[in-house]
Design a protein around this ligand. Structure first.
Ligand SMILES: Nc1ncnc2c1ncn2[C@@H]1O[C@H](COP(=O)(O)OP(=O)(O)O)[C@@H](O)[C@H]1O
Ligand SMILES: [Mg+2]
Length: 355
């Protein structure tokens, strides 16, 4: 089973929304497996959705943040700041069983709740990478991987055969994003239809895989150090175009132009650096044309408009959301069946493509 990091160096592309939808749907499709969401973004948006949305989720989030043993990602990071180079094996103490807070989430979904304290801890995490033992950088970058190992161990799944992990990341290439990338073996890269998404496609390559955009560009410490310590990098599993379809015809064709531009950029990445991709499913032939490449590595999730707002705001996974009037923060909003019909099969299919 896999550890997916959902990351793009750009904000607002749907990382947290997709983490919420994909993890819930994966849990629904695989009732015999345990699913873990690790929220490594200080904004804790995916935590808020999973724990019940804007009202209930936020309330649960503050309760968890106020708990004595801070049962969040920051609780675990604090353990590691105290014991940087020797694992305290305490990862499983920080899990939340999501159904206890939100009964629309499948019983097999667990999470490490996000926490804004991560920002405050970042400099101390950085501080632990140097000085210290010779390989301090490597050991610190494995903290999240250690935490996941502890959790799998507590699930009697050391071999990682019956579980799947999703890590929601912050857009910035900060220390905690680096820790997420060192823990993950696969990358899902959401993007949206705009010019900066096009640039972000390349930014991921230079930051993670050391691809120089200009001859004199300095490579990221993350790349240089990962290489020095012979650490595995996650491979690109899929680029997910998110919210690409629009109602309005004129904007739809304008969007198409940009989406094609980004498609060209992604195709170029494959042509020059196919080694950074993960051919899937296991045993599938390596794509040999733009069409077969696109089928394997690109996916589109359309804009579900009101349905997605309500899904996130109430913390109800899209597949369980029904059409009709809903009350969100005291106001009535109507979800249309047509919006559900568009996005539900879309998310279901994307999840079927995840191993
Ligand atoms: N497919 C979608 N359809 C409609 N709204 C979406 C979709 N994906 C994301 N959104 C909305 O877009 C906004 C940004 O998404 P978010 O997941 O917070 O981005 P990120 O985590 O990348 O910063 C949120 O309000 C989210 O609900
Ligand atoms: Mg986010």
């Amino acid at each position: 089973m896999a550890i997916y990091a959902i990351w793009n160096n750009k904000g607002g592309v749907g990382k947290s929304y997709l983490t919420f939808q994909l993890a819930s749907e994966y849990a629904r499709q695989n009732p015999d497996k345990k699913i873990l969401v690790v929220d490594l973004c200080p904004q804790a948006n995916s935590s808020s959705m999973l724990l019940g949305g804007v009202i209930d989720g936020e309330k649960h989030l503050s309760e968890i943040h106020a708990s004595q043993t801070r049962r969040t990602i920051s609780g675990y990071i604090e353990d590691r700041i105290q014991s940087p180079y020797k694992t305290p094996a305490s990862g499983s103490e920080y899990i939340s069983h999501v159904i206890q807070y939100n009964d629309t989430i499948p019983d097999n979904l667990y999470m490490i709740v996000g926490d804004e304290q991560l920002e405050v801890q970042a400099s101390r995490v950085m501080g632990a990478t140097y000085p210290g033992p010779e390989d301090a950088w490597r050991i610190v970058h494995l903290w999240i991987k250690d935490m996941i190992t502890d959790i799998l161990y507590s699930w009697n799944d050391e071999r990682h055969e019956n579980s799947c992990v999703f890590i929601d990341c912050n857009p910035s290439f900060s220390i905690y994003t680096e820790l997420a990338l060192s823990a993950a073996d696969r990358l899902l890269i959401p993007f949206s239809a705009d010019g900066s998404s096009k640039r972000a496609v390349k930014a991921v390559l230079s930051l993670v895989y050391g691809k120089r955009r200009h001859t004199n560009d300095r490579q990221s410490d993350f790349y240089v150090e990962s290489k020095r310590y012979n650490m595995a990098l996650p491979s690109i599993y899929m680029y997910v175009g998110n919210r690409l379809t629009q109602m309005n015809q004129t904007s739809a064709s304008a969007f198409k132009i940009i989406v094609n531009e980004i498609g060209d950029e992604i195709w170029e990445v494959w042509r020059t650096s196919s080694y950074v991709f993960r051919v899937h499913p296991n045993g599938a032939p390596t794509p040999n044309s733009r069409k077969t490449f696109k089928t394997m590595f690109q996916y589109e999730v359309n804009d579900a408009n009101t349905a997605s707002v309500v899904s996130g705001a109430l913390g109800v996974p899209i597949a369980l959301l029904t059409a009709g009037p809903k009350t969100v923060a005291g106001r009535q909003i109507t979800v249309n069946q047509s919006q559900l019909d568009k996005q539900i099969p879309n998310i279901e299919q994307l999840v079927r493509n995840l191993e």
